[in-house]
Design a protein around this ligand. Structure first.
Ligand code: PLP
Length: 247
């Protein structure tokens, strides 16, 4: 199940999540947290849904289906965060993979500032995995991250906030020649490196990575295996996008 925002083009958000779930053979379900108005050019606006609406969508799904994995994406308001955290706390949903979405790549603020504070307080402690990029990890921890050591410190700090495990995505590191992500699981750290794929303008790569990890975990893979396979899946999509854009 994806609990996330709707990007009508399917470039990011819930439609990208659902496509990813089906690519891994999972039956998708979804609860929309916000309707966004956007395309590849810009984000034109956001209309958040109420906590009651999010709750009603989730309860309708869990009443009928056993949900084997949850990915949480854009939560636009503190009320939306509090509702999803409550559903997890009450055992209506399994511990989620949380992609702490804050801004679009174009810089548009997709969530309210106090929603981030609520996410840190209420949702991170419920998370199976949190998948921040560098700016998100900086906002969550207050640290400035310029290298792998900084990613490590941020991951440790987020673990100390109660998250089960943390994947800090290094795609925003300056001067990065490789795609480097750092996984902090239990007390062990692994660094995942891949080739930097230049000229691939794929929106929603973070959405796809977190939903691929969710699907793989739901299929019974370990977290390590899930991260490795999900990275390959996203890299593959980036290569295809780069090829079609240069064609
Ligand atoms: N729109 C929605 C609904 C999202 O969930 C996200 C990211 O997670 C984005 C937009 C941002 O996508 P991008 O980074 O490709 O701009």
């Amino acid at each position: 199940m994806s609990i996330a925002g709707l990007d009508p083009t399917g470039g990011a958000g819930i439609l990208a999540d659902v496509c990813t779930f089906t690519a891994f053979g999972c039956a998708p379900a979804a609860a929309i947290t916000a309707i966004t108005f956007q395309n590849d050019r810009a984000v034109f606006g956001v209309e958040p849904l109420s906590a009651d609406s999010i709750q009603a969508q989730v309860l309708a799904v869990v009443e009928q289906h056993e949900v084997l994995g949850v990915k949480v994406g854009m939560l636009p308001t503190a009320e939306a965060v509090a509702e999803v955290a409550r559903l997890c706390r009450e055992g209506k949903l399994p511990p989620p993979v949380v992609d702490p979405v804050m801004r679009s790549s174009s810089g548009y603020a997709l969530v309210a500032d106090d929603a981030v504070d609520e996410l840190i307080r209420e949702l991170l402690p419920q998370a199976r995995l949190v998948t921040p990029n560098i700016p998100e990890a900086e906002r969550i921890t207050g640290l400035r991250i310029v290298d792998i050591e900084g990613m490590h410190s941020a991951a440790a700090a987020i673990r100390n906030m109660g998250a089960g495990s943390v994947l800090v995505k290094g795609g925003h590191l300056e001067n990065a020649e490789q795609a480097i992500d750092l996984l902090y699981e239990g007390d062990s750290v692994s660094i995942h490196r891949g080739n930097w794929i230049a000229n691939a303008k794929l929106r929603g790569s973070g959405c796809r990575l977190s939903s691929a990890i969710t699907a793989l975990l739901a299929n019974g893979k370990s977290l390590q295996e899930s991260v490795i396979e999900a990275r390959i899946f996203v890299a593959d999509q980036l290569v295809k996008t780069a090829a079609s854009q240069s064609a």
